[in-house]
Design a protein around this ligand. Structure first.
Ligand code: GCU
Length: 340
C-alpha cells in the first residue's frame, strides 16, 4: 500500500508540475489566465463501485458549473492510503476529498456513533430520508470544521452489512463463538461483534483478504460488494444475512479548501451533492445485487435463515449505552421517526 501511495503522490506531483509548466489549463469562456484546480478525491474501493462513478460525474458537473475552474480526480483502490490515513490527509489539506465510513469519524467526534450502531435503520428509504435532512444532519456535518478542518459534504447509503466467515453459516449468536471477525476501527464496532457472540478484530479493509487466507481472521462483516470485489468470497464462503448494520459512508472535504473556493463555485459544488448522493445510493443497491450473483457463481453460499431478532436483542445494550447525550438522542429519534 505504501509503495502505491508514494507512486500516486509522485504522479500527482508530476501532473501538477507539467500543468504549471504549460501555464495550467485556462478557465473556459473568456480565455482568462485562471488556472484549473483539480481536487484529489481518495477512495478505498474499485473504479467499478457506484461511489467512484458518482464522484466522476460530480467532477464533470463541477467543471461545467464553474466554467472549468474546478474538476475532480478520483484515486481508487486505496492508492492514497486507507480510510484512516486519508482522513488525516484531508484534515491536513494535502488531499481535498475522501469517502470514509462512519466509524472512522467516531475518533474525532463520538456523536458520529449513532448511525454506526446495529439495527438503527429499518430501510434504505428511512436512512436516505434522514441523511438528506439538514435540519437533522447539519450540525453533525459541520462538527469537525473547527477541530479537524473537515466538512462532511455528503452522507451516503453504504449497503447493508452481514457476517461472512471461513467456517460455517451463522444463524444465531452461538454460531459466532470464538470466531475472529474483522470490524472497522472503532470501539463501537468491536463491542458490537462481542455482543453478537464473536470476537471483533479492528483492521483496515486492504488487509482483510490476507488475514482471512492465513487464518488471522475467521471472518468479516460487510456488504456484498466488498465481499465480491475484494475476492473475500474466495476465502470465506459462508455469507449470512445478519443485516446488523446499515451505516453511512461520508464524503468529507478539507474545510480550508472548501472555504477557499469563491462563493459561487462553493455553492455550485454543494448544490451538486444531493444528485451525487442519489446516484451513488441507487447504484449501490444494483451493484450489491449483481455482486451477490457473482459471488454465488464463484461458489459462495448465502444463508438467509438467520435469527436477526436474537442479534438485535443482543446488541440493544450497546445502542442504549451509546445514546447518552441530547445530540445523539436527537439523531437517534430522527432515525426512529423515519423508520415509522
Ligand atoms: C464498506 C464501506 C467502506 C468501508 C468498508 C470497510 O464497503 O462502503 O467505506 O471502507 O465497508 O469495511 O472498510
Amino acid at each position: 500500500m505504501q509503495a502505491k501511495k508514494i507512486a500516486a503522490v509522485l504522479v500527482a506531483g508530476f501532473t501538477a508540475l507539467a500543468l504549471s509548466a504549460c501555464g495550467g489549463a485556462p478557465a473556459g469562456g473568456g480565455g482568462g489566465s485562471t488556472q484549473k484546480t483539480t481536487f484529489r478525491l481518495a477512495f478505498n474501493q474499485t473504479d467499478q463501485h457506484p461511489q467512484y462513478k458518482a464522484a466522476e460525474e460530480l467532477g464533470k458537473k463541477l467543471e461545467q458549473a464553474t466554467d472549468g475552474r474546478y474538476g475532480i480526480e478520483v484515486f481508487a483502490n486505496e492508492v492514497l492510503g486507507s480510510q484512516s490515513e486519508v482522513v488525516q490527509d484531508v484534515s491536513g489539506g494535502t488531499v481535498d476529498l475522501a469517502y470514509v465510513a462512519g466509524p472512522i469519524l467516531e475518533s474525532f467526534n463520538e456523536d458520529f456513533i449513532v448511525f454506526n450502531l446495529p439495527y438503527v435503520f429499518d430501510s434504505v428509504e428511512a436512512q436516505s430520508k434522514v441523511f438528506a435532512d439538514d435540519a437533522v444532519m447539519g450540525d453533525l456535518k459541520k462538527s469537525l470544521e473547527s477541530s479537524k478542518k473537515l466538512t462532511v459534504v455528503g452522507a451516503l447509503h453504504a449497503g447493508v452489512r452481514n457476517i461472512y466467515n471461513t467456517k460455517r453459516p451463522v444463524k444465531a449468536p452461538a454460531d459466532l463463538t470464538n470466531l475472529k471477525i474483522r470490524v472497522q476501527q472503532s470501539n463501537s464496532q468491536v463491542q458490537m461483534i462481542k455482543d453478537m457472540g464473536g470476537v471483533g478484530t479492528p483492521m483496515g479493509q486492504g488487509e482483510v483478504y490476507t488475514a482471512l487466507q492465513s487464518g488471522v481472521l475467521d471472518g468479516a462483516e460487510n456488504n456484498e460488494t466488498v465481499f465480491n470485489a475484494l475476492k473475500h468470497d474466495e476465502v470465506a464462503k459462508y455469507y449470512s444475512y445478519t443485516r446488523h448494520l446499515m451505516m453511512p459512508d461520508y464524503l468529507v472535504m478539507s474545510t480550508q479548501v472548501l472555504n477557499g473556493m469563491d462563493e459561487k463555485d462553493r455553492k455550485a459544488l454543494l448544490d451538486l451533492m444531493p444528485a451525487t448522493v442519489e446516484m451513488a445510493n441507487k447504484g449501490l443497491i444494483e451493484y450489491a445485487a449483481a455482486s451477490r450473483t457473482a459471488s454465488e457463481k464463484a461458489g459462495a453460499q448465502f444463508n438467509d435463515d438467520v435469527d436477526t431478532a436474537a442479534f438485535k436483542a443482543a446488541t440493544q445494550g450497546l445502542v442504549k449505552a451509546s445514546i447518552n447525550n441530547p445530540v445523539r438522542q436527537k439523531l437517534y429519534d430522527a432515525a426512529q421517526k423515519a423508520n415509522g
